[in-house]
Design a protein around this ligand. Structure first.
Ligand code: NAD
Length: 350
């Protein structure tokens, strides 16, 4: 595709996040929101009108796929629809950005990743936290060797979701949402893979502990231990419902430095471990911490979408693709199996 051509995008699912993505497409000078598809066509139409764009409106993906000029889709439908829609997109030769989770079963994740590869289309996962400024800074520190070899990586997803919300009608139902380890902590697993590479072995405890009006059938708390192929260790925590605001953490410990959210210690800081020198760390901006701060989070959604548009436009390889989404899913499903069997599990590979 010539650089000056705009990428024509069809949005599938004009709900809460789909509207963020649609807005980010419209705000990208190299993209055009050419179609909006939602099971609720009135909602799709109202969204296009709100944006002031002349997008074609569809109620079914199959009708959108008949539009030969629209070669790129953004899939932001509910979890259970992702696999079928991403498969249909790949089989029709369309590039696709798909919201997480890639699918609600590992078998379907494999099918989607394999189809995207076979069709030679671009795919991208909605794991936008890879574009968080703290994450990007930590990646550059690692690339420069400032942290040394990674020894331990940790990330928690502690999300207060009030127990009386109707969202629990589907969120805790494995048939609709899949596992919460995959749907929620998939973000954290994906981030740790981004830093530490592929996972060799997983162990996990999980449970349902917080009171709420609708029974959660999957899990609301889980602790996942990881051993990476590099030899580094990892830990991911999931807690849906703790009595505290949304908390998303990142801690990286290397042989030469440690990052604890926005605090950074390096072995080049003199006497950093001496009494009285507790505050001798490098303070990075608090706003970089990947918490659910709307400003920060919507910027990373935009960066993730802009990167995908450029990957499509320039024919660049996509790091955050469906194959990567499969490997994140494989770790999450290994955690579920580990929790069920009480044994450590090797994640499946493509
Ligand atoms: N990456 C993130 O940080 C993040 C954050 C929130 C949500 N999500 C993901 O985004 C997806 C959507 O979540 P949401 O909160 O926007 O949900 P939502 O319910 O607000 O929106 C879903 C939309 O999809 C439409 N829809 C339902 N079935 C459809 C179909 N078969 N084809 C087309 N449209 C269909 C619905 O009418 C609705 O408008 C979920 O998979 C969720 O996990 C990701």
């Amino acid at each position: 595709m010539a650089n000056e051509e705009k990428v024509k995008v069809g949005l599938v699912g004009a709900g809460w996040i789909g509207q963020h993505h649609g807005t980010n497409v419209v705000n990208n000078p190299n993209a055009e929101l050419a179609a909006v598809c939602d099971a609720d066509t009135a909602k799709a139409k109202a969204f296009a009108e709100k944006l002031g764009v002349k997008a074609r409106i569809y109620g079914k993906l199959e009708d959108l796929l008949k539009q030969d000029d629209i070669r790129t889709l953004v899939i932001a439908s509910p979890n259970a629809a992702h696999a079928e829609q991403a498969l249909a997109a790949a089989q029709a030769g369309r590039n696709f950005y798909v919201e997480k989770p890639l699918a609600i079963s590992l078998e379907d994740c494999r099918k989607v990743a394999a189809s995207a590869h076979a069709a030679g289309v671009k795919s991208a996962m909605g794991y936008h936290r890879r574009f968080n400024p703290l994450v990007l800074h930590a990646r550059s520190l690692m690339a420069e060797g400032k942290l040394g070899d990674l020894v331990l990586a940790e990330s928690d997803y502690f999300h207060f979701v009030p127990g009386n919300l109707d969202i629990w009608n589907w969120l805790g139902n494995e048939k609709i949402a899949g596992s919460l380890i995959h749907a929620g902590t998939g973000h954290n697993v994906d981030l740790l893979r981004f830093f530490a590479g592929e996972v060799a072995e997983v162990s996990c405890y999980k449970d349902v502990r917080m009171p709420r009006k609708i029974l959660v059938r999957t899990e609301d708390i889980a602790l996942i231990n990881l051993r990476f192929e590099s030899g580094a260790l990892g830990r991911v925590g999931l807690f849906l419902g703790p009595i505290m605001p949304f908390t998303f953490t990142l801690r990286l410990f290397g042989t030469k430095g440690s990052l604890d959210n926005n605090r950074l210690w390096l072995d080049t800081i003199p006497d950093f471990a001496e009494t009285g020198r507790e505050n001798d760390f490098i303070q990075l901006p608090r706003s970089w911490v990947p918490d659910n701060v709307q400003g920060g989070i919507s910027e990373t959604w935009k960066a993730c979408m802009d990167c995908f548009i450029d990957d499509v436009r320039l024919g660049r390889p996509t790091a955050n693709d469906a194959a990567s989404g499969f490997h994140t899913a494989a770790v999450c499903f290994a955690a579920l199996q580990a929790a069920a069997t009480g044994r450590s599990v090797k994640p499946e590979r493509l």
